[in-house]
Design a protein around this ligand. Structure first.
Ligand code: HEC
Length: 111
């Protein structure tokens, strides 16, 4: 009995050791996430010229003035919390790591 418990504890530790770094660090494809969750409003080119984006008033991510006016913290905050009746929050849909990985994607539109 004791041996069995020890084996189970050992196996769990082993699994935890190999799984943890993977789930937290690797495997985030921020471009893919943007396509999946954001393109419908913000467009492939980030200009927000989609029916939904224009209708709701999404800004042009390629615009220098927009890029200069927003901080990384604000981008994070916007993705986490959204704007009522304009953009829904993503904090329940994406992990904190995924949201963080999205900031450079938004910045990249600025060139
Ligand atoms: C339902 C449409 C919709 C979706 C989906 C959407 N957004 Fe938005 N987003 C908007 C609108 C509309 C605004 C402008 C909000 C405002 O004026 O407060 C906005 C604003 C932003 C802003 C800038 C905030 C600002 O000050 O203008 C960022 C950054 C952003 N979205 C990122 C994202 C990311 C990343 C995703 C995907 C994870 C996403 N959005 C998904 C509609 C959307």
């Amino acid at each position: 009995m004791i041996t069995r418990i020890l084996i189970i504890i050992f196996l769990q530790a082993l699994i935890g050791y190999f799984m943890a770094p993977k789930t937290f660090a690797d495997g985030i494809d921020a471009q893919e996430l943007f396509k999946k969750h954001c393109v419908i409003c913000h467009g492939e080119d980030g200009k927000g010229k989609t029916d939904l984006g224009e209708g709701l008033g999404a800004r042009d991510f390629t615009d220098k003035e927009f890029q200069d006016s927003i901080t990384d913290e604000k981008i994070l905050e916007q993705i986490e919390n959204g704007t009522e009746e304009k953009m829904f929050p993503f904090k329940d849909k994406l992990t904190a790591e995924e949201i963080k990985a999205m900031v450079p994607v938004i910045r990249a539109f600025g060139g």
